[in-house]
Design a protein. Structure first.
Length: 641
């Protein structure tokens, strides 16, 4: 299918949005912002979960430590009861099984005091043994805790106090589960934050999450601190953030490349739009119609000139299948046969003439030039035609032909006029001789008395007719002779009478009834009588020709009277013919314009020129007989004004 600018994207059907290239980047940034918000939320959730687990584990470990210390207090209570019942002496105190068992667990030493606060016995008894016991219990120094029980007898009397000092670090190591030690860095710290005991030697990192819980009455000035070894990294330091950064960079680079590409496409589209607009403007300015048809004859494109030529819109014609709405109904079969030959590739290269019908019904002549329509791939897809409206040219040719015939006819009339002029010249002398002999004969007969009246009357008639023939020949010679207008005072009534006498036989032959109405005492006008007579004869003949086709009464009225404008005489030639049909005097006097089939169109133009040469006006007005009325006004002679 050929390009169709009318159906193209020029109608604003498609356009690249200016910021379309940035949409992927904006969407990507929104996606990345969502991922970052999700990572931040996940980090907060992880921190909260880690803190919840840490609190639970700290409370659990604190409970275990408190339970262990409570258990040791119970053992120490049993030992104190045994001392109160005097089952253990001071000498055997250091070797008592319960004392040794406590020292092996995590006691550092055990001291037996009396009521006065004096040491009764202690275990281990000396420093060497104390160091061995400390080494065996794993005590490496640090803050120690104390368990104290009162020694009472069965009657409830107090006999002293039993104090067991234990190593906090030993308690921490012995009661610490392995899975908790692998998960946290565990420390015992005092009120000032100094480390009492720890599972690690390094200090707590600032990035580590930690939690402290008080150890209670057993160690009132100590706190249990748990520091998570698994550090929850900030979300902006995570791998997804790095991946998102790379993703945004790639999208930004892609968006910039897309923007550059879209700018190139926009420039190409703008150039294409300008080119299409130029093409559309050129097609609209063409006076030649263009149409394209598919291989099946369907119209696939028409330009504005083609649509205007047949009176339809392009939308009404595109897609129409034969027969076309602009084909003539009475030539449908002939046009369809030519259409089939064109689709078969038999259209003449020099074009062919055809007759089409406009939507309003008028017929036009067109010249059609057909050519194959080939697409970009070289495939024959239809036929392209250019159509030229040759109606005016045909009419002009016909008018020129008729004009040539008219000019040939007028050439013959001119030749006939020359012959008539020669005859008038040649007949003038014989008529003069006839008049002379007739006058002489009448004079001779009058001298004979009595005169024969039967002979005198025919001779007088012969003389009168010969004189009349001489006057006619003289007027013919004057009418046919070219000379400059000779203005002189003229009697319009006399000129009208002479003109009608010349046309009397012609009017009688055409069965025209005529009347001459001239006002009495009409002023003379300044005119050339021969030219004025020519104007009257031409107007009368035009009126007779206009009434020649009607069968009703043919009436002609010639009037001469003073004009409404002072100083002018008006002459009117009115008929009962079909009238002028709304035509103005300018249209009637246009050269080569004629309402007669055999007219040359110069008569009224010459009449108008003659009247204007006499400083008069030729015009049209309503006819009292119902037909047309042409009138001219001439200025009166100066001596009569």
């Amino acid at each position: 299918m050929p390009p169709q600018p009318r159906l193209s994207l020029l109608g604003g059907k498609f356009s690249l949005l200016p910021g379309l290239w940035a949409w992927p980047l904006v969407i990507s940034l929104i996606f990345v912002a969502g991922v970052m918000a999700w990572l931040s939320a996940m980090q907060r959730a992880d921190l909260e979960a880690q803190r919840a687990d840490m609190i639970a584990d700290a409370l659990s470990l604190e409970a275990q430590l408190s339970g262990r210390l409570d258990s040791e207090s119970a053992r120490l209570k049993i030992l104190a009861d045994a001392l109160g019942q005097h089952t253990i002496s001071s000498a055997s105190f250091a070797g008592e099984a319960m004392v040794l068992d406590g020292l092996r667990r995590f006691w550092v030493n055990v001291t037996w005091l009396d009521n006065a606060g004096r040491i009764v016995a202690t275990a281990p008894p000396d420093d060497t043994k104390r160091r061995d016991v400390v080494k065996s219990s794993g005590d490496d120094g640090g803050l120690s805790g104390h368990l104290m029980e009162t020694i009472t007898d069965r009657d409830g009397r107090v006999h002293g106090t039993l104090i067991a000092r234990y190593s906090a670090a030993s308690v921490l190591r012995q009661k610490l589960p392995w899975w908790l030690a692998s998960k946290y860095d565990i420390r015992l710290v005092d009120v000032g934050g100094d480390v009492i005991a720890s599972t690690v030697s390094s200090p707590r990192d600032s990035d580590q999450a930690w939690y402290r819980v008080a150890l209670g009455p057993s160690m009132p000035n100590a706190w249990l601190e748990l520091s998570a070894r698994a550090v929850v990294k900030p979300w902006w330091k995570s791998l997804p953030v790095a991946l998102m950064g790379g993703f945004v960079g790639l999208v930004l680079l892609t968006s910039l490349m897309l923007r550059r590409q879209m700018q190139s496409v926009s420039r190409a589209e703008e150039a294409w739009r300008n080119e299409a607009a130029w093409r559309q403007a050129m097609e609209d300015s063409l006076a030649v119609g263009i149409r394209a048809r598919a291989l099946d004859g369907r119209l696939i494109y028409v330009n504005k000139a083609m649509a205007d030529m047949v009176g339809y819109t392009p939308d009404e014609l595109v897609g129409v299948m034969p027969p076309m709405p602009y084909w003539l109904p009475d030539e449908l079969e002939q046009t369809m046969s030519r259409h089939r030959r064109t689709l078969a590739g038999q259209a003449p290269r020099e074009g062919y003439e055809s007759r089409w019908r406009h939507r309003d019904g008028r017929t036009m002549d067109v010249m059609v030039y057909e050519a194959p329509l080939v697409d970009a791939s070289g495939e024959h897809i239809g036929w392209m035609a250019s159509i030229v409206n040759i109606t005016e040219r045909k009419q002009l040719e016909e008018r020129e032909r008729k004009q040539l015939e008219t000019m040939a006819h007028h050439a013959r009339l001119t030749m006939l006029g020359e012959v008539a002029s020669t005859l008038a010249h040649e007949l003038n002398q014989p008529l003069s001789v006839i008049i002379s002999y007739n006058t002489g004969l009448l004079n001779a007969l009058e001298r004979v008395r009595p005169a024969d009246e039967g002979l005198m009357r025919p001779l007088k008639t012969i003389g009168e007719q010969a004189a009349h023939a001489g006057r006619i020949v003289k007027r013919i010679r004057e009418f046919l002779t070219r000379h400059e207008p000779e203005l002189e005072p003229c009697d319009v009534t006399q000129i009208a009478v002479e003109a009608m006498n010349l046309l009397q036989r012609e009017l009688a032959k055409q069965k025209v009834t005529w009347r001459l109405q001239c006002a009495e005492g009409l002023s003379q006008v300044m005119a050339d009588p021969v030219l004025l007579e020519q104007v009257l004869i031409n107007l009368v003949r035009n009126a007779c020709d206009a009434m020649s086709q009607q069968s009703a009464d043919r009436q002609l009225l010639i009037q001469a009277h003073p004009s409404a404008q002072s100083g002018f005489v008006k002459v009117v030639v009115a008929d009962s013919g079909p009238g002028l049909g709304g035509r103005t005097i300018d249209q009637l006097c246009e050269p080569f314009y004629s309402t007669k089939s055999d007219g040359m169109g110069m008569g009224l133009a010459i009449c108008r020129s003659i009247i204007e040469l006499h400083y008069g006006v030729l015009d049209v007005e309503d006819s009292p007989l119902g037909g047309a009325a042409l009138a001219f006004s001439l200025p009166v002679a100066e001596e009569q004004e």
